[in-house]
Design a binder for this molecule. Structure first.
Ligand SMILES: Cc1cc2nc3c(=O)[nH]c(=O)nc-3n(C[C@H](O)[C@H](O)[C@H](O)COP(=O)(O)OP(=O)(O)OC[C@H]3O[C@@H](n4cnc5c(N)ncnc54)[C@H](O)[C@@H]3O)c2cc1C
Ligand SMILES: *[C@@H]1O[C@H](CO)[C@@H](O)[C@H](O)[C@H]1NC(C)=O
Ligand SMILES: *[C@@H]1O[C@H](CO)[C@@H](O)[C@H](O)[C@H]1NC(C)=O
Ligand SMILES: *[C@@H]1O[C@H](CO)[C@@H](O)[C@H](O)[C@H]1NC(C)=O
Ligand SMILES: *[C@@H]1O[C@H](CO)[C@@H](O)[C@H](O)[C@H]1NC(C)=O
Ligand SMILES: *[C@@H]1O[C@H](CO)[C@@H](O)[C@H](O)[C@H]1NC(C)=O
Ligand SMILES: *[C@@H]1O[C@H](CO)[C@@H](O)[C@H](O)[C@H]1NC(C)=O
Ligand SMILES: *[C@@H]1O[C@H](CO)[C@@H](O)[C@H](O)[C@H]1NC(C)=O
Ligand SMILES: *[C@@H]1O[C@H](CO)[C@@H](O)[C@H](O)[C@H]1NC(C)=O
Ligand SMILES: *[C@@H]1O[C@H](CO)[C@@H](O)[C@H](O)[C@H]1NC(C)=O
Ligand SMILES: *[C@@H]1O[C@H](CO)[C@@H](O)[C@H](O)[C@H]1NC(C)=O
Ligand SMILES: *[C@@H]1O[C@H](CO)[C@@H](O)[C@H](O)[C@H]1NC(C)=O
Length: 591
């Protein structure tokens, strides 16, 4: 007797669900009359495993109780990515905690209290579900759908487009979904039983790279993953859904090339296990089509490799200069790096290089790695790199003779027993976040780099603070462009070039916009090198003139169609994501 009644109620709920979503063309935000009442939140609270949370900006304690231990801790830990990830309301870059009104006033909560500005909530979400399980995720998704809320999925808050929060939004916080399972043998659901992978690893949505790497290393395995001070980037959230680049990508492909299975909750609350055999279309879209767009990932299973020895390459060179751009010697060193980049990525070299202007000097830094897989390939890779490092030292020595002050602090290659041994000293600690930043980036294809490396170098070296990331080419270019939803531009690229702009807390919109104009014009110069290429959605300019094309290329329409199947109610909408062009700039109302 109960069953038909239950079904009727469920049907009624579905109808209500549909009306709630389609009845209004705008999301219901905090402060609107439609915002759910306390009793509705109480009901939600009873359905989930943890108390609801009320996120606050990272610096709030310094306003409410300046002498508190919380404020002291905020000051001390401000640049620590893991501290920020631990805080529900904190974004890695505090500018994404702020909100700019149409009249130009910026509401935020600055660490610098002497600015005399009030602490405002800005874009920080109002209330959050601290998800610990699939059923917590389902409860949060259903609640957001029924009440037509603007849903923010936040994992670590590393996002550079502000996709992990939103003014007046309801947050699903995945950070505490930390389970890690190492499978001695893994067969994807629905796969033939003879398809199996040794030591695949399943990470719940909140696992961060430092935790994933450590678990893999304990099992004698290596993962293709990201790098940041303290390993704070999420290993199973936005990183993988945007593509996921790694210092090992030239050897083993991008993050999306190393996933076996992704489990999700879709906007109707269903739990689905997606892989090459089940819901392959959604699995395809989740591999590079953008976080926060199709469903909530609850866990990701990666393949791993047995541990291997590596060669690391290190360069630190600098000049004292009042100019933000390198001098002739460092420019020549960069030009040569551009020239040999296709060769380096063919050999499997990957990692990070950058020109960092700081106060009165510019430094040129390289941190690369290559697997030492066979004596011949290692010798070849080392020969190319060692010749390059020798060349840089010679350039510096010649410049010094000519009265210049280029100093090479270090330039060497070294063997390491494992990838882990290379990684730990460089990335296991380190403050790398906590400042206002926006990026501009572009993927440079092999043919462009090969055909005119001098023009590429000359264009980029005049942009202050340029990063030259060897996180593609090689094995990443061996994968068919349509194998995963990721932007096809990745498959032709040999390098991901990134520029950035920063500003101080309390800067006016006018001042910030002036900095943005420089970034926009620098990004335009990068884009002009290869207009047919594209940019990495996870580390890109918020001002791409044609974001759909730049971030998703020829995959856009297919991604949009897959989203329509799995998220027909458009619950998942994020800045410049697939389908978000159908919404206004604040992502609140449909156009
Ligand atoms: C210091 C630093 C270092 C970085 N290093 C690298 C690097 O080495 N390689 C690289 O490729 N990128 C790197 N990035 C970029 C990084 O990939 C993006 O910032 C990415 O969005 C981070 O994902 P997250 O889950 O950690 O962060 P969040 O900001 O919490 O999430 C990012 C986006 O994904 C969505 N999302 C998060 N979790 C889920 C989920 N479970 N289901 C559905 N949607 C979800 C969010 O809604 C948001 O849209 C770095 C960024 C920073 C700030
Ligand atoms: C983040 O939280 C975890 C779990 O509580 C804790 O172990 C860790 O020390 C915290 N990290 C920082 C930097 O605060
Ligand atoms: C701008 O708008 C906000 C929100 O409406 C308001 O609080 C603020 O006072 C306004 N600022 C100015 C300078 O008018
Ligand atoms: C804080 O703001 C004050 C007032 O603008 C400024 O003088 C000071 O340099 C700032 N402090 C820091 C650490 O940025
Ligand atoms: C975590 O994973 C282990 C091993 O697969 C499993 O036994 C356990 O139930 C999981 N815990 C949660 C909270 O999912
Ligand atoms: C699994 O078995 C099928 C049918 O016997 C065979 O065609 C396929 O090649 C096998 N695959 C692997 C990975 O061994
Ligand atoms: C730059 O100046 C500092 C301080 O004078 C000095 O210690 C350093 O060696 C100089 N570096 C170079 C590259 O000349
Ligand atoms: C930066 O340069 C200014 C002016 O030359 C100097 O006063 C200041 O101490 C420098 N700051 C650092 C961190 O080197
Ligand atoms: C350094 O100077 C010597 C002598 O002029 C020259 O032969 C050599 O090519 C120069 N090296 C580089 C890397 O420019
Ligand atoms: C790489 O080659 C250089 C030059 O031959 C040599 O000095 C160095 O020891 C080699 N490094 C490694 C890690 O093999
Ligand atoms: C890429 O594919 C080519 C041709 O199959 C192969 O020779 C090469 O080893 C592959 N490169 C990597 C890094 O996998
Ligand atoms: C929910 O969505 C999934 C994926 O599109 C679909 O397979 C399932 O039938 C839907 N469930 C309901 C109850 O509509």
């Amino acid at each position: 007797m109960l069953r038909p009644r239950l079904l009727f109620l469920l049907a009624l709920l579905q109808v209500f669900h549909a009306t709630a979503i389609s009845g209004s063309s705008c999301r219901c935000l905090y402060g609107d009359p439609c915002w759910p009442s306390q009793s509705k939140f109480d009901k939600l609270s009873a359905q989930v495993s943890q108390p609801l949370l009320f996120p606050t900006p990272a610096a709030q304690a310094c306003y409410t109780s300046p002498d508190s231990a919380e404020c002291t801790e905020a000051v001390a830990q401000w640049g620590n990515g893991n501290w920020r990830a631990n805080h529900t309301g904190a974004m890695q870059s505090p500018n994404f905690e702020t909100f700019t009104f149409s009249n130009g006033t910026i509401e935020g909560c600055y660490l610098n209290t002497t600015l005399g500005l009030p602490c405002g909530r800005g874009s920080v979400s109002v209330i959050a579900v601290d998800a610990r399980s699939v059923s917590d995720v389902q409860a949060a998704v259903n609640f957001a759908a029924v009440y037509n809320l603007r849903l923010a999925i936040k994992n670590t808050g590393h996002d550079y487009l502000g996709r992990s929060d939103g003014r007046g939004s309801f947050m699903l916080w995945t950070h505490n979904m930390k389970n890690i399972t190492v499978h001695p043998s893994f067969t994807p659901a629905g796969a033939p039983t003879n398809e199996s992978y040794e030591y695949a690893i399943t990470l719940e949505a909140g696992v961060q790279w430092h935790e994933a790497y450590s678990a893999a290393n304990d099992a004698g395995r290596v993962l293709v993953g990201g790098a940041s001070g303290g390993g704070s980037v999420g290993a199973a959230g936005g990183w993988i859904q945007g593509g996921g680049h790694s210092a090992l990508s030239a050897s083993f492909g991008l993050g999306v090339d190393n996933v076996l299975e992704i489990s999700v909750v879709t906007s109707n609350g269903s739990y689905l296990v997606t892989n090459a055999y089940q819901h392959p279309d959604l699995f395809w879209a989740l591999r590079g089509g953008g976080g926060g767009t199709y469903a909530v990932a609850t866990s990701v299973t990666y393949r791993t490799r047995p541990s291997f020895p590596v060669i690391g390459a290190f360069l630190s060179a600098s000049i004292n200069t009042s100019s933000l751009t390198p001098n002739a010697a460092l420019s020549a060193a960069f030009t040569e790096l551009v020239r040999i980049t296709p060769q380096l990525t063919d050999q499997g070299w990957g990692g990070y290089s950058m020109f960092k202007p700081s106060n009165s000097s510019v430094s040129f830094v390289i941190r690369y790695v290559v697997p030492d897989s066979s004596p011949e390939s290692a010798a070849q890779a080392n020969a190319t790199m060692s010749a390059y490092l020798t060349h840089v030292q010679e350039l510096a020595a010649n410049a010094t003779q000519a009265g210049d002050s280029t100093v090479v602090q270090s330039a060497y290659t070294a063997s390491f027993a494992s990838w882990w041994d290379w990684y730990v000293p460089l990335f296991s600690t380190g403050e790398s976040v906590g400042f206002n930043v926006e990026l501009g980036s572009w993927l440079l294809p092999r043919d462009v780099v090969e055909s005119d490396h001098e023009h590429v170098a000359e264009t980029l070296v005049n942009i202050p603070a340029i990063s030259w990331y060897l996180v593609c080419g090689g094995a990443a270019s061996n994968v068919s462009a349509d194998a995963a939803g990721i932007n096809p531009a990745w498959r032709k690229a040999v390098v991901h070039v990134v520029g950035a702009t920063t500003w101080s807390d309390g800067a006016t919109l006018e001042e910030i916009n002036a900095a943005r104009e420089i970034l926009k014009s620098d990004t335009a110069k990068m884009r002009a090198l290869a207009p047919e290429s594209g940019a990495y959605y996870n580390e890109a300019s918020p001002y791409e003139p044609n974001p759909a094309q730049a971030f998703f290329g020829s995959h856009y329409n297919k991604l949009r169609a897959i989203k329509a199947v799995y998220d027909p109610i458009n619950l998942f909408v994020v800045t410049e994501g697939v389908g978000s062009d159908e919404w206004d700039d604040s992502l609140t109302c449909r156009k």
